[in-house]
Design a protein around this ligand. Structure first.
Ligand code: HEC
Length: 210
């Protein structure tokens, strides 16, 4: 009788320890598996096997935890591919900016004929000012005359009220914000096209201020 109990105890201990190392992709028992396994839909990587990760599923939907594809889309992708030969537009219907990044003295050639899509409205100046204060002021300064903190230490920041800049168009400024120019770095990845046009509107306004 005593022997029997010992044997049972050993068997239970062995079973418990085996459950803990299930091997392969299966790390064994998990507490609250939904917290470890993201149910987010990946746009590109599809797991089409409905049973993948079934061992970890705490939901009652009969599907594995890792299943994440959409049977209505081509290749069961979650993301839809754009229709062939189409070009994305933003919510205003604008096409992507296509002028190339060129040396400073050629900017006016690539922006020839380009004008701001923003209509005349003082609100764009106000909004542009707020954006200028975030993205430009530390170098170009409150006055736009290279009076920013950065230009105290690093010479070479353009004085936007300098004679050679007074005639530059909003399109020129838009281009410079997008790609940078000379010493100035590009801001295109941080500032959306509509915000770049707002800033350009404000810079033109700033140039008129004393
Ligand atoms: C890190 C500092 C820095 C920041 C931030 C910065 N600039 Fe500049 N910017 C410069 C420097 C330096 C130059 C002079 C570049 C050169 O001539 O080599 C310059 C030049 C310019 C020019 C003249 C370009 C030309 O054609 O000669 C414009 C316009 C301009 N900046 C606008 C902006 C605007 C608008 C912003 C905000 C979105 C901005 N900059 C942010 C440093 C900066």
């Amino acid at each position: 009788m005593r022997m029997m109990n010992l044997k049972n105890t050993l068997m239970v201990a062995a079973a418990v320890s085996l459950v803990g190392c299930a091997g392969g992709d299966n790390p064994g028992r998990e507490y609250a598996p939904n917290m470890y396994h993201s149910v987010a839909y990946e746009p590109l990587s599809q797991i089409t096997d409905e049973q993948a990760g079934a061992w970890a599923n705490a939901l009652d939907n009969g599907r594995g935890e890792y299943f994440n594809s959409n049977k209505y889309n081509p290749y069961r992708m979650n993301m839809r591919e754009p229709a062939p030969n189409t070009v994305k537009r933003n919510k205003y219907g604008w096409l992507p900016y296509r002028s190339k990044n060129v040396p400073k003295d050629s900017i006016d050639i690539v922006i020839k004929g380009m004008t701001s899509p923003l209509e005349e409205n003082p609100v764009y100046v106000t909004e542009g000012k707020a954006l200028y204060e975030v993205y430009c002021k530390h170098c170009h300064g409150v006055k736009g005359m290279a009076d920013g903190k950065v230009s105290d230490k690093y010479p070479g920041v353009a004085n936007l009220k300098g004679d050679s800049y007074l005639a530059m168009s909003e399109a020129h400024i838009f281009h410079v914000i997008t790609y940078g120019a000379g010493l100035m770095g590009a801001h295109g990845s941080q500032v959306s096209p509509e915000d770049r046009w707002r800033i350009a509107r404000y810079v033109k306004d700033l140039q008129k201020q004393k």
